[in-house]
Design a protein around this ligand. Structure first.
Ligand SMILES: Cc1cc2nc3c(=O)[nH]c(=O)nc-3n(C[C@H](O)[C@H](O)[C@H](O)COP(=O)(O)O)c2cc1C
Length: 278
């Protein structure tokens, strides 16, 4: 069993488990095979004791959680003191509420500054709403060392999502990417106790129904329907996670070209901004 999509919904994980698939081991094997520089907190949790040896990037979802909580998020030892947490966590991702997928309620502009203030020696990556070099330039100005982009790469040549989903991202504007109200009616809650998160996705009839007439959505019917659609590769018709940066995405590009342009644009944006400094 190979897990190619790092963003599997819990429903799918539960179904795979029910089919007898050892998802934790499959995830760990896949991470070992790919050897990424980092994996997300959600994946880290499933990697269990292996996590520390494989990768240690930690996603902070929408609040300036102290480093100790960040370590707990990654299911490193929550009893760590600050020095131990700084030694264990290689990078913090401060993700604002503009982001696609699950996240909190504080905007990127605020949360990045907050996290930079508590991060100490740990580098911070800004996430949420960043799709071009202006976003990278802004992140650097806020004190981050770089950015982590999700939605932008959905509209890349390499992204393993349906071509219709890529086209819809190119056509969408920022207000099409909404917080999924009552998403927990269909998905088990992603949030850890005391941290409420909600997914952001491009609007679909299901998302509108959840917001406007939640009582009309029967989880016993809609849940399996969603799962079946995901398995057909058409989950996009129901819950296509995407962030507000869809507004800024106009071209389907290879991932390397996206990165090249973001860096080039950031350099230009920083040079332009410097004329305002005496
Ligand atoms: C389709 C999609 C699925 C995502 N799933 C996860 C996930 O499973 N775990 C996680 O930590 N972050 C997840 N994210 C969040 C991204 O890792 C990243 O922080 C976010 O996309 C950055 O904001 P942006 O979408 O505005 O670029 C997801 C994002 C998208 C767009």
């Amino acid at each position: 069993m190979r897990v190619g999509n790092p963003y599997l919904l819990r429903e799918l994980l539960a179904a795979l488990r029910a089919d007898g698939v050892d998802i934790e081991r499959a995830d760990a094997d896949r991470v070992r095979e790919l050897g990424p520089a980092s994996v997300s907190a959600a994946v880290l949790r499933r990697l269990g004791p292996d996590a520390g040896r494989l990768a240690r990037a930690v996603a902070l979802l929408g609040s300036a959680t102290p480093l100790r909580h960040a370590a707990a998020l990654a299911e490193l030892d929550p009893a760590m003191d600050r020095a131990q947490a700084e030694a264990a966590v290689e990078v913090l991702i401060a993700q604002g509420s503009e982001a696609g997928g699950h996240g909190g309620w504080v905007s990127t502009m605020v949360v990045v500054a907050q996290v930079v203030d508590v991060a100490g020696a740990v580098p911070v990556l800004a996430a949420g709403g960043i799709a071009d070099g202006r976003g990278l330039a802004a992140a650097l100005a806020l004190g981050a060392q770089g950015v982590s982009m999700g939605t932008r790469f959905l509209a890349s040549t390499e992204a393993s999502v349906h071509r219709d989903r890529k086209q819809r991202i190119l056509a969408a504007d920022a207000l099409d990417a909404v917080k999924v109200v009552d998403g927990n009616a269909l998905l088990p809650p992603y949030s850890r106790p005391g941290v409420r998160t909600e997914g952001r996705a491009r609007r679909t009839p299901l998302i509108d129904l959840l917001r406007e007439h939640p009582k009309q959505v029967d989880p016993a019917v809609a849940g399996p329907e969603l799962l079946a659609a995901i398995r057909r590769g058409r989950g996009d018709e129901y819950l296509p996670f995407a962030g507000q940066s869809v507004e800024l995405i106009h071209e389907l590009l290879p991932a390397a070209e996206i990165v090249r342009r973001v860096v080039e644009e950031a350099e230009a944006a920083l040079a332009d901004a410097a004329v305002h400094v005496k």
